[in-house]
Design a protein around this ligand. Structure first.
Ligand SMILES: Nc1nc2c(c(=O)[nH]1)N[C@H]1C(S)=C(S)[C@@H](COP(=O)(O)O)O[C@H]1N2
Ligand SMILES: [Mo]
Length: 341
């Protein structure tokens, strides 16, 4: 059943109910920083969030996206069946606590450094084992797809998590249109390479070999939970969250959910993935959320559900496959998940 967000499910918590004074002060600083960036008028503001029933504080920016995206955002409908009813992470946390190493390694670096990032026009290359390879404008890629509003848990390998309302469509629907050949066993995704715009790609000491790449087995890519996201909280994706197009794979650690995608490549063999290349003993290709397989340097048995603070750390148990085991465990039948971590 697909329904409008307004009519049910988890209600966003008012930030005044959960936001300590220090966060309000932080927020003011955020706005001062954001407003000093000349590009914000390009990013634009939107009132779609109200239309979708989301609680976005008036002092925080909404990301509008290009004109052609507006009707799609406005017509998005809620997929209640595939959405968790847990309390949403406040919008503030979603747009200011990010991992996007292209813009810096600190959690606040992406929101500080990505506001001028140009995400329109945007081209995506479809390549490899497909009948219809080519370079496509994002507008054409998205044209036939209606957007759904889906609330997913996002569990970072660093043991924090958030509940985020995404706007997107099933990756499976996109893949079918480009007609993969019988040799297509894996899909690899690539993030934009652009040293001018992405300060994190300039350094000599970067741990990651750019561009960021990720991958999925074909059956994982075709799974109905696997989402191509173009928005969150009723609006376009903020640049710090991976605008204009990102992957969301809710049963895997967050690093699989690659941002700002410019290439989707189909191959017969398992593709290289960034964190696996960087530290193969710590990050595998599969990266399914698994409380029983610890990271070599910390436990994965629990997670810090944001918002969290010193006084209210909000530590909860991590669930197998991030709570999506019923839907996805069958994909890994017979596999030793200690070995294929
Ligand atoms: N291109 C790219 N994609 C990326 C990352 C990154 O550094 N670069 N970080 C990943 C990690 S580790 C996580 S936890 C999620 C965070 O998504 P969010 O900032 O929207 O919460 O993005 C993932 N996608
Ligand atoms: Mo992560």
């Amino acid at each position: 059943m697909v329904k409008r967000y307004k009519s049910g499910g988890s209600q966003p918590v008012l930030p005044s109910e959960i936001t300590p004074e220090s966060v309000y002060r932080d927020r003011r600083r955020f706005m001062q920083a954001a407003l000093s960036v000349a590009a914000l008028p390009v990013v634009g503001f939107s009132s779609l969030a109200e239309a979708a029933g989301y609680d976005i504080p008036a002092d925080l920016p909404r990301y509008k996206g290009p004109d052609w995206l507006q009707p799609k955002l406005a017509e998005a409908s809620r997929n209640a069946e595939l959405s968790t009813r847990e309390t949403l992470a406040p919008y503030y946390n979603v747009i200011t606590h990010n991992n996007f190493y292209e813009f810096g390694t600190d959690k606040r670096d992406p929101v500080r450094n990505a506001q001028e990032f140009k995400t329109d026009p945007w081209t995506v290359e479809i390549s490899g084992e497909v009948a219809k390879p080519g370079n496509y404008h994002l507008e054409d890629i998205l044209a036939p797809h209606a957007l759904e509003d889906r609330v997913y848990r996002l569990r970072c390998v660093e043991a924090w998590s958030m509940v985020i309302p995404w706007l997107g469509f099933p990756l499976a629907d996109l893949i079918k249109r480009f007609e993969p050949t019988s040799k297509a066993k894996y899909v690899q995704f690539t993030t934009l390479l652009d040293k001018e715009q992405m300060p994190g790609q300039r350094g000599f000491f970067s741990t990651i070999k750019w561009p960021y790449v990720e991958g999925l087995r074909m059956d994982e890519a075709m799974h109905p939970l696997t989402l191509m996201a173009v928005g969150l909280y009723g609006n376009a994706l903020p640049p710090q969250n991976g605008a204009p197009l990102r992957l969301v794979v809710p049963w895997k650690y967050g690093f699989k959910s690659i941002k700002s995608i410019v290439r989707i490549h189909f191959s017969e063999t398992m593709p290289a993935t960034s964190w696996n290349m960087t530290a193969p003993d710590e990050y595998g290709f599969y990266a399914n959320v698994n409380p029983e397989v610890d990271h070599p340097r910390w436990s994965q048995a629990t997670e810090r559900r944001l918002p969290s603070s010193l006084l209210t750390p909000n530590i909860i148990d991590t669930l197998p496959f991030n709570g999506y085991a019923d839907q996805v465990a069958h994909l890994y039948k017979g596999m030793d998940l200690t070995q294929w971590f």
